[in-house]
Design a protein around this ligand. Structure first.
Ligand code: PLP
Length: 497
């Protein structure tokens, strides 16, 4: 059976169901599989004719080997279908030009790539709870700066055995993001604004999570808190699937010959998405390079260049907000591999990061890092320019996060001369971050976001995605805003305890 161990070496190795249920290890480490499931070229060949759902089952079964075939089929069917996704292919690959292809991960209900994982995680979680003998109902608590909250709401809405409560900073999210959340339907969902910024909201949620008296009261009612954050194995593992799927589609579309290596470019924040690509490579996917794209918060670019991770810098608010991160939590899983799975080393680096704000992985690990990764970044001006150029040259409209990736890819080709066929992992629909996209396309950006959606649709000839259509007319179901100090009471009231 596949067992999961903590990157920090503590505790015993556990099953995938237990790892998904726990989220984070007791020693603060992240769960990693004891080994990478080998996928042969013949396996990959067999995936070419499969649907996305079947590709998903094929990859997932190696890691979630304590789940039955029926359970995995139930999870993939509920997550990846055309009621939830606007593309039958779920994660289609489209050609931009001779060398660059786009893997569109934003056809899910919230128009951003987090749906790829958050549509399936709730089903993993419910099954994991039952499998490990838990009878309690799960209460998911989320503090969101925008994207994750809505994706989690869509994923958990009406999933039997779960409830979800989302807190967002009132005034700290865009108008579209707020509307997406406060109009959320579902009998098990609640959404509250919090007076303050994202940090206040997150601190409030963390306090609720660790409140012992609340924990006991919940237990009496058969309720248990859980989180859906991006370090959970149940969020990482479904992301491996689309790297294999993209490769199979590249062969199917005649873009590469079978067995040929390709590059991936990934707009990166918390390092979850790109790490899944690295895992795919370690499993046997023919990958030449993983290209890590950052915005002004280029802590990862510097890390790849120097081998030193240094968060001692100013945080920049950019037009690609989902990549505005200075501590990429999933990077811990990569440095675990780069150190030769040396958990003592990982503990040392993580402690140093906490105490001094930086760590240095040393020459050997740095050399290994550079064998597989290339890092670059794009300024906000360059990002806007890229949106404009891509539209002019190819008639393709991309969002700000994807544009960061395309700009970094151009820099990669200029610097290295490498013309290996490449897949750009596109993480959001252009309609999701429409204000910046309209600005880049020299449209009048002074209108409110709902008017801009229509204007962008008219200009590009693409329909406004279902998840964003008519948002301004939907009834507000969750209008309440509370103070930071009231959050615990709000939760207790909501749960009837
Ligand atoms: C979350 C997110 C990212 C960053 O992904 P990580 O897995 O955190 O690196 C990039 N783009 C968009 C649109 C996102 O929502």
């Amino acid at each position: 059976m596949m067992l999961y161990e903590s990157t920090r070496g503590g505790g015993k190795a556990i099953s995938s169901a237990e790892a998904i249920k726990k989220g984070i290890a007791d020693d603060g480490g992240l769960y990693v599989p004891g080994e990478f499931v080998p996928i042969s070229l013949e396996d990959i060949r067999s995936m070419i004719s499969m649907s996305y759902q079947d590709r998903a089952k094929f990859i997932l079964k190696g890691y979630l080997d304590d789940f039955t075939h029926e359970e995995l089929a139930d999870c993939t069917d509920k997550a990846y279908n055309t009621r939830k996704f606007s593309s039958e292919d779920i994660a289609p690959v489209v050609m931009l030009n001779n060398s660059l292809n786009i893997l569109e991960l934003w056809h899910g209900p919230t128009c951003a790539f987090k749906d790829m994982a958050l549509q399936i995680l709730p089903h993993f979680l419910v099954k994991a709870m039952r499998k490990t003998g838990e009878k309690d109902e799960i209460v998911i608590l989320v503090a969101t700066s925008g994207d994750t909250g809505k994706a989690a709401l869509e994923g958990f809405a009406d999933v039997e055995g779960t409830r979800i409560i989302v807190f967002y900073p009132d005034g700290g999210v865009s108008e579209v993001q707020k509307r997406q959340m406060v109009t959320q339907e579902g009998k098990n969902v609640l959404v509250f604004g919090v007076e303050g910024n994202f940090d206040d909201t997150q601190t409030g949620v963390k306090q609720i999570f660790t409140d012992q008296s609340l924990f006991l009261k919940m237990g009496e009612q058969g309720l248990k808190f859980s989180s859906a954050n991006s370090i959970n194995w149940g969020r990482l593992v479904p992301q491996i699937v689309y790297y294999f799927s993209a490769y199979a589609d590249m062969v199917k579309l005649g873009r590469i010959s079978f067995g040929e290596k390709i590059n991936f470019v990934v707009p990166t924040g918390n390092f979850g998405n790109i790490l899944a690509g690295y895992y795919a490579m370690r499993m046997g996917l023919p990958v030449n390079r993983m290209i890590c794209a950052s915005n002004d918060n280029k802590v990862l670019t510097d890390f790849i260049h120097t081998g030193v991770y240094d968060r001692r810098r100013d945080f920049v608010r950019t037009i690609s907000p989902s990549m505005d991160i200075l501590i990429s939590s999933n990077l811990e899983r990569l440095i675990y591999e780069l150190s030769g799975r040396d958990s003592e080393m990982v503990v040392h680096w993580m402690n140093q990061l906490k105490a001094e704000g930086f760590y240095d992985i040393g020459q050997t690990a740095h050399r290994l890092l550079n064998e597989h990764f290339w890092g670059g970044w794009s300024s906000q001006e360059e990002t806007l320019k890229t949106i404009e150029c891509v539209y002019e040259d190819y008639g393709y409209v991309c969002d700000t996060h994807t544009a960061v990736g395309i700009d970094v890819y151009d820099k990669y080709v200029i610097t290295t001369g490498d013309l290996t066929p490449t897949v750009m992992v596109s993480t959001a629909s252009p309609f999701k971050f429409n204000a910046s996209v309209c600005k880049a396309l020299s449209m009048d950006g002074t209108d409110d976001e709902f008017v801009l959606l229509k204007k962008l649709s008219e200009k590009t000839g693409q329909p406004v995605p279902d998840g964003l259509k008519g948002l301004e007319n939907k009834p507000v179901l969750h209008g309440r805003v509370c103070k930071r100090e009231q959050m615990k009471n709000v939760v207790m009231e909501a749960l009837g305890i």
